[in-house]
Ligand binder design. Sequence first.
Ligand code: SAH
Length: 382
Amino acid sequence: MKLTQQKTTVQNLMGMPCQDLEQYFSVIREKPFRATQVMKWTHQQGITDYEHMTNLSKSLRDWLSENAQMQLPEMLSEEVSTDGTRKWLLRVDNKNAVETVYIPEDDRATLCVSSQVGCVLDCTFCATARQGFAGNLSSAQIIAQLWFAEHRLRKQLNKTRVISNVVFMGMGEPLANFDNVVKAIQIMMDDNAYGLGKRKVTVSTSGLVPKIDKLREALDVSLAVSLHAPNDEVRNQLVPLNRRYPISELISACHRFLEDKHRKHSITFEYVMLDQVNDQPEHAKQLVKVIQALPSKVNLIPFNSFPNSGYQRSSDKAIEKFRDILQAAGITTITRRPRGEDIAAACGQLAGDIQDQAKRKRHYEKLYEADLLKHKVEVACA
Ligand code: SAH
């Protein structure tokens, strides 16, 4: 090892998937298996102090301590719901934070992670959109949410393993932060790290069509699509991205995503239930036509409100009727029970911004005024 002669920039090893770590170690003339050793310590054992990684040579430990980072998230708050859901606010920088939500159920424990600080896509019923967009999370900041939750809960709950599923349904549009999300997922799925199977990791998108194709090529994971409307007229209002990628293009991308014979997944369509907006029997009938040729299931999400949202949650009766129409057409339909409502941890309520609210509102209004949204979508899709 000629470490002292090597010049490398200080890198954060937390967010490196195995192949990046192998590359990193080859640059400092270390054997590739150092990558799996460091991954196991970090992600399986929760040990991030290089000095404690005892199967590395003393000189390598010393070198890493000086030259490599292992940045951990700083927790700003923790809230625990009466239903067991937990929400953490994790600092990103001096101005921003993101939220991560842990949702325990009888047969699984799901972590809902954020991929961006805020979001560019401005879905009109989503609280995250109201805070504007302040940037992408790095792969380290994404995987660190799982690292943090898993190891914190192992200690608190006295368990050897806690999180069984990860969904990218926190803040942000994961496919607009493609490379970092892919790297983080590679770590999630690596047996030397969290070893999550392909059905245990779900990427949720509001419909960035070219990136759905790219995802298909990059990873074998589950896909959820935030459809929310059965026709372009309604969807244009709810999900402005639809003006760029209308429903027909989105559904074609879903077909392509499932084309590979080895993929046995179906697509999950998310559909937020908004009173009088998209919840009528007519909408359900249209939805059946739009998706029935696809292996898919539908998650109906009763709208979770937030101040000045301008929308109301559909009545239980309307949701039931909607579900019955889909089910009668043979489409598996689940009504998602709101979790963690008392701590504003439910879908679309996440807004881990520590800037003041007024600033947030101005930013949002400006976005609508200008043609900025279009520009932002161009950037997100580049
Ligand atoms: N940008 C991604 C993932 C983030 S949101 C996407 O759009 O899929 C995760 C899910 O929560 C999405 O289906 C989103 O549309 C939904 N959602 C957003 N705001 C909501 C709200 N106020 N009530 C219920 N669901 C909401």
